[in-house]
Design a protein around this ligand. Structure first.
Ligand code: ADP
Length: 160
C-alpha cells in the first residue's frame, strides 16, 4: 500500500504528527500532501506549510512532503498511491470526512480511505485552535513542535 496523508496543515500540529508516525508504522512510508487551495483563507502560504512539515519530520524515516492543486485522486495517481489517510477526531469530523471518502471512491474506485482515530489527548486539537490560542498569547507548546510555535509567533508578530 502507498499512503498519502492530505490536508491543509495550517500549521502542522502534534495531532497531525501522530497520524504521520502511525501511518509509517502501518504502511512503511507516507506522502504528506499539502492542499494548495487559494480560496481557503490560510495563514501560511503553501510553501511555508510544506517547509514547516519538512522541518518537523526531518528525523522520521520515509516521509515525503508535497503540495498539490486540484483533485486529490489525480495527485494520488501521479504518485502511484492507493490509500488516503485521514484523521478522525470527534463526531463533527464525521459528515465531511464521509462525504470526501465517498466522493474520492466515486472518482477512483481503486483508492481506499483509511481513518485513524485521533489519540485521546489530541482529539480536541486543531490548527485553528492553535492559531486562536497563539493570537491571544496563550501557551501552545503542548500542541505543536518548537519550530511551529516559533514560526507562528513570528507570523503573528508576537516575538519580542
Ligand atoms: P483539512 O482542511 O483537509 O481538514 P487539516 O490540516 O485540518 O486539513 O486536517 C488534515 C487531516 O488531519 C484531517 O483528516 C483531520 O481530521 C486530521 N487531523 C487534524 N487534527 C488532528 C488531530 N489532532 N488528531 C488526529 N487527526 C487530526
Amino acid at each position: 500500500m502507498k499512503a498519502v496523508y492530505p490536508g491543509s496543515f495550517d500549521p502542522i500540529t502534534n495531532g497531525h504528527l501522530d497520524i504521520i508516525k502511525r501511518t509509517i508504522k502501518l504502511a512503511g512510508s507516507v506522502t504528506v500532501a499539502v492542499l494548495n487551495n487559494p480560496s481557503k483563507n490560510s495563514l501560511f502560504t503553501v510553501d511555508e506549510r510544506v517547509e514547516l512539515i519538512k522541518k518537523v519530520t526531518r528525523d522520521m524515516p520515509n516521509v515525503k512532503v508535497e503540495s498539490f492543486k486540484g483533485l486529490l485522486v489525480d495527485f494520488m495517481k501521479s504518485q502511484g498511491a492507493d490509500v488516503i489517510i485521514r484523521g478522525f477526531r470527534t463526531i463533527s469530523d464525521y459528515e465531511y470526512e464521509l462525504q470526501m471518502a465517498h466522493i474520492n471512491e466515486h472518482l477512483n474506485e481503486n483508492v481506499e480511505t483509511i481513518f485513524m482515530v485521533a489519540k485521546n489527548g489530541y482529539s480536541y486539537l486543531s490548527s485553528s485552535i492553535v492559531k486562536e490560542i497563539a493570537k491571544f498569547g496563550g501557551s501552545i507548546d503542548d500542541f505543536v513542535p518548537y519550530e511551529v510555535e516559533y514560526t507562528l509567533k513570528q507570523k503573528l508578530n508576537l516575538l519580542k
